[in-house]
Design a protein around this ligand. Structure first.
Ligand code: KIV
Ligand code: ZN
Length: 387
């Protein structure tokens, strides 16, 4: 099996659906350009029929971005596809992402339909989209809760109709990793012609399993992952791009490559967070403020001796170059001494012990101890001690 993993970013579609995260066209172009520099393969730029603003953004992103494929979402409806084709007219590489719900509850409550009719509608949408573009992705919405036998029939039918990528969304974030991985494997083993398309993951995080499910999908043969920056998206969000990129980079045994320039991860995360007004939780993996911050004395001592003791990722690899030692009331002498050395202050043991005592008193009162506090405690002046 091919070991190239395609990164499909849906920050500007699934991510932007989140209340309060809406961006104007200029801001979307800024994010799209950052995603291009980050190295994503596909940018889902919007759902053109949903609003004139979304339609216009897909047009402008298509003009602004060169390398990645620009993708537009549609329902399995001809009018949606017509509008998406129009919105994609300037894209150098274009993809239509069309689909329909396949779980029993979607078939019954959303479409008041039946399984056979859903397959017919899916096939018709893919064939229609293929009249305009060579690259058509089909999504089987709520595939996570669709029984595997029926799902395999849907996937087989849409590949035969010309789908180049088939997306298997865990729309409600319900699957267990073992279940989601087994679903991908079932499709690889049971769909005739599966080698003619790429299977894609699209996992939501309602139970906190989006990343684990996505990795389970990849380990079982999916070769595209649908992700967002900072994991933003409907409800509890989508799989976070930065987590997948760093799992793949750190676990060499997975033997899969992406095109992501991981050093662009942190700046892109900051940009998306600030433009979308969506703070990143401090303990968020990879991009949270505390993701590389060592605060307990035991950990700090270990890291100062050798970073491998408590760090599995070099912060520089994700574009962070801050000092990772945070001084708090839990910090030890080694961390204080290290910070003073960085600030250009060398103390003998006796003086260090005294300063450390004062430091602990201050740290008990004050949450964050900054460099100025330390310099005052050490009796040094910042102007004399440049970094
Ligand atoms: O979660 C989902 O099922 C989706 C589809 C529209 C791809 O976002
Ligand atoms: Zn989704």
């Amino acid at each position: 099996m091919d070991n190239r993993l395609f990164i499909f970013d849906t920050t500007l579609r699934d991510g932007e659906q989140v209340p309060g995260c809406q961006l104007n066209t200029v801001e979307k172009i800024q994010v799209a350009k950052a995603l291009e520099l980050l190295g994503v393969d596909v940018i889902e730029a919007g759902f053109p029929i949903s609003s004139p603003g979304d339609f216009n953004s897909v047009i402008e992103i298509s003009k602004a971005v060169t390398w990645p494929t620009i993708c537009a979402l549609t329902r399995a409806v001809q009018k949606d596809i017509d509008v998406a084709v129009d919105a994609l007219r300037f894209a150098k590489h274009k993809r239509i992402h069309t689909g329909i719900g396949t779980s029993d509850s979607h078939i019954k409550y959303k479409f008041n339909s039946n399984r056979e009719e859903i397959i017919e509608r899916a096939v018709a949408a893919v064939k229609y989209a293929r009249r305009f573009v060579d690259d058509v992705e089909f999504y089987a919405e709520d595939a996570g809760r669709t029984d595997n036998e029926y799902l395999a029939r849907v996937v087989e039918a849409v590949i035969k109709a010309g789908a180049t990528v088939v997306n298997i969304p865990d729309t409600t974030g319900y699957c267990l990793p073992s279940e989601y991985g087994a679903k991908i494997k079932y499709l690889i083993d049971h769909v005739d012609g599966v080698e003619n398309a790429i299977l894609s993951t699209h996992c939501h995080n309602d139970l906190g399993m989006a990343t684990a499910n996505t990795i389970a999908g990849v380990l079982n043969g999916a070769r595209q992952v649908e992700v967002t920056i900072n994991g933003i998206g409907e409800r509890a969000g989508n799989t976070a791009l930065e987590e997948i990129a760093m799992i793949i980079k750190s676990h060499h045994e997975i033997d899969i490559q992406t095109n992501i320039n991981t050093q662009k991860i942190y700046p892109t995360s900051r940009m998306v967070s600030s433009l979308m007004n969506m703070p990143v939780q401090p303990n968020k993996a990879i991009v949270g403020r505390n993701a590389f911050a060592h605060s307990s004395g035991i950990h700090q001592d270990g890291v100062l001796k050798n970073v491998q003791t408590y760090e599995i990722i070099d912060p520089h690899d994700v574009g962070i170059d801050d000092n990772s030692i945070v001084l708090t009331a839990r910090s030890g002498r080694a961390a204080l001494k290290n910070r003073l050395t960085i600030l250009g202050v060398e103390l003998d043991q006796e003086k260090l012990d005294k300063v450390y005592e004062e430091f602990l008193k201050l740290a008990d009162k004050k949450k964050d101890i900054n460099d100025d506090d330390i310099l005052v405690l050490a009796g040094a002046d910042r102007s004399e001690n440049h970094r």
